[in-house]
Design a protein around this ligand. Structure first.
Ligand SMILES: Cc1ncc(COP(=O)(O)O)c(C=O)c1O
Length: 392
């Protein structure tokens, strides 16, 4: 086995969750998905495709109709003045995670320096490592539970020779979201350094900061078609489609043929019936996603004030995403804390150290709570369990 694979850290979210997956008495908020099933109109499109016998391979890059629909959908979300996307810049992938891996395969040679903004979903650090990258992390800073980026620190880390910056905004787990002016600075700097930006924007629609806005700021609002920019996106979160494994990449068109080759060697293509489901999702996006976002906002606004009312907890409302990232400073070892909460309180949360280097004192004692719950009462019950445990 390759040494880098041998040395990869297994997901600490899984370490906690796998031990109690089959325990019905545990309230589970550890994974990043809603407990609501995919809307019926999407499921029906997949059934109709199967009934029509669409059981064959498709083009590596996806059905032309889906690529065109994705370009239209993305253009509809862009800020005024953004360069319009064309379908030749879209590649359909088997979820965001496959898009991230293919981006890493396309861009990273062994030994390349790669900068990743953390805390972040563990895959974004692990995938460049699989390719042999030398990963340097730049950490967001917490203040009273809210997170910000020290732009000087990030730009200092991106030097000539830095192959890529990997950044996830809105961010899993903190909800931190890049501002447009920060994106402009990063893009300008990456152009000067000759670095790629891999922007994970799978939560772009789950943005609560500016009511009425349809999406968080995107690098696609600013970049041109020649920029070294790969944007990773997914149907999982905005359309409640985690189990379908459908996502897409937006690429400079010169990179599309290389990604087509890599798709062949990874999955060959996404299943046609799943792509048909994706087409249905896009044609009903105007109804589905605003309802998803409205409900998630309610979830966040139910959970976070209840947590804030507990003494000894730091947490701020996340501007975007699916998560409350909370801190119990009295319990610095977050892995032990998450395990104890499962055993002693029947509460399933993800340990903060799955998402960042926990050596720094201000990075200790964090937990991620996915608030995407169809039933708000589950969230209230979860807080009750935490409160009772803290009072023991
Ligand atoms: C930041 C981030 N990127 C990508 C993904 C991948 O999602 P999927 O592969 O389901 O599209 C996730 C899933 O939780 C995520 O949190």
């Amino acid at each position: 086995m390759r040494q880098v694979i041998d040395q990869l850290q297994e997901s600490l979210i899984r370490v906690v969750a796998n031990a109690a997956l089959d325990r019905p008495d545990v309230l589970k908020f550890w994974f990043g998905e809603s407990d609501e099933v995919t809307p019926a109109v999407i499921r029906q499109a997949a059934s109709a495709s199967l009934a029509a016998g669409e059981t064959f391979y498709s083009h590596n890059l996806g059905l032309p109709a889906l690529r065109a629909a994705l370009a239209d959908y993305s253009n509809g979300l862009r800020a005024p003045g953004a360069q319009a996307l064309t379908a030749d810049r879209i590649a359909v992938t088997a979820g965001g995670v496959n898009g991230l891996m293919i981006s890493a395969q396309a861009l990273i040679d062994a030994g390349d320096p790669v900068v990743v903004v953390t805390p972040v979903w563990p895959n974004l650090v692990a995938q460049p490592r699989v390719m042999g990258a030398r990963v340097q992390t730049v950490s967001l800073r917490p203040k009273d539970g809210a997170w910000s980026l020290d732009m000087d620190e990030l730009l200092d880390a991106m030097r000539p020779g830095t192959k890529a910056l990997v950044v996830n905004s809105p961010n899993n787990p903190t909800g931190w979201t890049l501002r447009r002016d920060e994106q402009a600075q990063i893009l300008e700097h990456a152009r000067r350094m000759g670095s790629w930006i891999v922007a994970d924007e799978v939560y772009e629609r789950l943005f609560f900061q500016a009511p009425g806005s349809v999406a968080a700021p995107s690098f696609l609002d600013l970049a041109n078609s020649e920029d070294r920019l790969v944007v990773v996106n997914s149907f999982s979160k905005s359309f409640l489609m985690t189990g379908w494994r459908l996502g897409w990449l937006t690429l400079p068109s010169r990179l599309t043929p290389a990604v087509g080759k890599l798709l062949e060697f990874n999955t060959s293509c996404s299943p046609v019936f799943v792509q048909r489901a994706g087409l249905a999702a896009l044609s009903h996006a105007g109804n589905i996603t605003p309802a998803v976002v409205q409900h998630l906002r309610q979830c966040r606004d139910t959970l976070v004030p209840l947590l804030q009312a507990l003494p000894g907890i730091e947490v701020a409302p996340a501007p975007g995403g699916l998560y409350a990232f909370l801190r119990l400073p009295a319990h610095p070892d977050s892995l032990q804390l998450a395990r104890r909460l499962v055993q002693e309180a029947g509460l399933g949360l993800a340990p903060g150290q799955a998402f960042h280097d926990s050596a720094r004192p201000d990075m200790q004692g964090w937990l991620r709570w996915c608030f995407a719950s169809a039933d708000l009462q589950r969230l209230r019950e979860g807080v009750g369990r935490l409160q009772r445990w803290m009072q023991l």
